[in-house]
Design a protein around this ligand. Structure first.
Ligand code: ADP
Ligand code: MG
Length: 297
């Protein structure tokens, strides 16, 4: 069975990596790939600066689930709303709930309480794939464009921390379910995105180590994005060509490092001269699927 066939069966796929490496693009590529194979997929964005809709060529979701087409949906999640829902569920006393949700102390608590927003994001994904959300479409896989902070590792460790800290009650039981969900490699897939430059590669290797140390998991896939194409051996001697050769050389050195140090499936994607988001996603999707096939993954 190919890696894509295996990845498709996951209920949640986390796309992780530092900002600017092409995480959102890759999340969109994966979402299209899965949807094209008939998997009912939702692309989940948590960045308040909504931008995935531009890559998918739909209107901003404003927090709601929007249909992109062919079994693909998109949502820009406001994690605060989910935390409010958890509180609402815990305090089943209408008036009191309003007073709590409106109070400044509560606002500060939500922003400061370790792990609560992370739990809200993953808890939302879990409820989506379980069909627990009223009015939501049937979703089989959620692809999460994970926040870049800490490369998303905190997202994975937070539920366990919350569970251990709270122990009893609905928040603790949600935290326990989410911790099990993300700890289960059959349910949650991890995809790391990087660029073939010194710092991003170093950080991808550290992320891999961190995942192994903290949750005993390793990523299913590494995507190296934005590779400069090999420069022509004999070309013009202008500054731009010299820059191209230098960047390509850095790429080659870092790809060699990954070859030695990254154990597991890897797909390389080129830097493409395409500005238009949806076109870029389609072009990269083709290369992504080719890369998986030709790598024998
Ligand atoms: N392979 C690529 N070729 C050309 N442009 C790319 C490629 N990958 C990403 N980009 C561009 O780089 C920018 C950052 O990509 P994005 O996916 O938003 O990064 P991230 O989500 O990691 O911050 C975007 O403008 C995107 O269009
Ligand atoms: Mg992004």
């Amino acid at each position: 069975m190919s890696l894509l066939d295996r990845i498709i069966r996951r209920q949640l796929i986390l796309v992780m990596g530092k900002g600017g490496v092409g995480k959102s693009i890759l999340a969109a590529v994966l979402a299209h790939s899965l949807a094209a194979r008939g998997r009912r997929t939702l692309l989940l964005e948590v960045d308040p600066r909504e931008n995935l809709h531009q890559l998918l060529d739909v209107a901003p979701s404003g927090g709601e689930i929007v249909e992109v087409g062919d079994g693909l949906h998109l949502q820009n999640l406001k994690p605060r709303r989910v935390v409010d829902w958890i509180v609402d569920r815990q305090l089943k006393l209408g008036l009191l709930v309003r007073r709590v949700l409106d109070s400044p102390i509560y606002h500060r608590f939500v922003e400061g309480a370790p792990g609560l927003l992370q739990l809200a994001i993953l808890g939302h994904a879990l409820r989506l794939v379980r069909g627990d959300l009223p009015r939501a479409p049937t979703i089989e896989t959620v692809i999460l464009d994970a926040p870049a902070t800490g490369h998303g590792i905190y997202l994975l460790t937070a539920p366990g921390l919350v569970r251990d800290a709270i122990e009893h009650g609905p928040v603790a039981s949600l935290a326990g379910e989410v911790a099990d969900f993300v700890g289960d490699a059959g349910k949650t897939g991890l995809c790391v995105v990087t660029q073939a430059e010194e710092m991003p590669v170093q950080e991808a290797l550290e992320l891999r180590q961190g995942l192994s140390d903290k949750i005993g998991r390793s990523p299913e896939l590494l995507v190296v994005n934005g590779l400069y194409p090999p420069s022509p051996a004999a070309g013009p001697e202008d500054e731009l060509s010299a820059l191209w050769r230098r960047r390509r050389r850095v790429n080659e050195v870092e790809l060699e490092r990954l070859q030695r140090q990254w154990d597991g499936p890897r797909v390389d994607l080129p830097l493409l001269p395409i500005d238009d988001g949806p076109r870029l996603v389609r072009a990269l999707m083709e290369r992504f699927e080719d890369g998986l096939r030709s790598g024998g993954w």
